[in-house]
Design a protein around this ligand. Structure first.
Ligand code: ADP
Ligand code: MG
Length: 331
């Protein structure tokens, strides 16, 4: 049985996207706002607003590949495993939690975007794919795990896990001990061929949630999950490169990237050349855990042949994609 077309004629007209392909990277605020507790209803409401922005891009004729962060969600799922394990329900490893978060967030975006397009008379298939991102086990990131995950524990519990499971744990500013995992670079996506065909078929693909599930490949080509997290903006950039996208659109909670951020000399960047942006990046204007990876992703995308990379706020999605607003990096 096929889903019923509400208005087949109107649907047909808008349904073939002919313009450029855009890889969108959604930030944390697209799914969860600061101060919210993270109920399903709250997240779905945010996702509906996000979907309205994404639908505008599609209705204007652009092909869309949607990627998103998963920090708070995967953190919660991981904690649920820890809590469940105390009740005798075996906990799943971090990379399985990553897959769960891709399914959870993907479901919300997939349904909200489908409904939003339908409202505008455009019936289009939206799918979420579980995405495995290949990482290099000999990357220096594995020698220095930096990303805390899960709950806080006592020093004794942390030392036990370090000795028995060979895990890395760190004391977190007097609040207790947390497990830390590496954040290696994503090199390639195992499902890329399927993604390219879906884009060609004009299907909207939600992919690379949380930068993808980190996997390694052995000499026979066999894949297996590894405990790590990937930066979602670098994951989006890899996806944009591998799909040959025209535009990388990074949507966050600020309209522009600034130099001299939060100082009296702060200056918002608008149209910036690749060389200028590389110079600012080297000068250290962008913080490591937040704006740094976005700017790096933008630089790399344009350097690898992308037409433009744009960093702006979610509300500016359409004008941003067209390079009219936000921080726009061009060759
Ligand atoms: P997201 O969750 O949307 O992917 P983050 O919250 O990690 O993104 O990063 C966006 C935040 O980065 C902004 O809210 C801003 O406070 C901060 N930020 C750090 N450095 C800069 C800068 N140089 N210019 C603009 N914003 C910056
Ligand atoms: Mg954020």
């Amino acid at each position: 049985m096929e889903l019923e077309h509400k208005d087949p004629e109107k649907s047909k007209q808008c349904c073939r996207s002919r313009q450029e392909t855009i890889v969108v990277a959604l930030g944390g605020n697209a799914i969860l706002q600061p101060g919210q507790s993270g109920t399903f209803e709250e997240q779905m409401e945010n996702v509906r607003k996000t979907a309205a922005q994404l639908a505008e891009l599609i209705l204007s004729g652009k092909r869309l590949v949607v990627t998103h962060g998963n920090g708070p969600q995967v953190g919660r799922i991981f904690q649920q495993q820890e809590i469940g394990a105390r009740e005798g329900i075996p906990g799943m490893p971090l990379y399985v939690c990553g897959a769960m978060s891709q399914g959870q967030i993907g479901y919300m975006i997939q349904q909200a975007l489908y409904n939003e397009l339908l409202k505008a008379g455009c019936q289009k298939t939206v799918v979420t794919l579980i995405c495995q991102s290949l990482v290099d086990p000999s990357s220096p990131a594995f020698e220095n795990p930096t990303k805390p995950i899960g709950s806080f524990y006592s020093e004794a519990e942390a030392k036990k896990a370090m000795a028995e499971k060979g895990e890395a744990w760190k004391e977190d500013s007097g609040r207790g001990w947390r497990k830390v995992v590496p954040s290696p670079e994503p090199l390639a996506c195992a499902e890329i061929a399927a993604i390219r065909s879906l884009i060609d078929e004009d299907v909207v693909v939600i992919i690379s949630g949380g930068g993808g599930i980190p996997v390694i490949q052995d000499s026979s080509g066999t894949l297996s999950g590894i405990e790590a997290v990937i930066d979602k903006d670098l994951g989006a950039q890899m996806m944009a490169r591998e799909t040959g996208a025209d535009v990388l659109l990074i949507l966050t909670d600020v309209a522009n990237v600034s130099i001299h951020y939060r100082t009296p000399e702060e200056k918002k960047l608008e149209q910036v050349s690749l060389d200028e942006m590389k110079a600012y990046y080297r000068q250290g204007h962008f913080r490591a855990g937040s704006m740094g990876p976005k700017v790096l992703a933008a630089i790399r995308f344009v350097e690898s042949g992308g037409m433009r990379a744009v960093i702006t706020s979610l509300e500016n999605a359409l004008a941003g994609a067209e390079g009219k607003i936000g921080t726009v990096i061009k060759r």
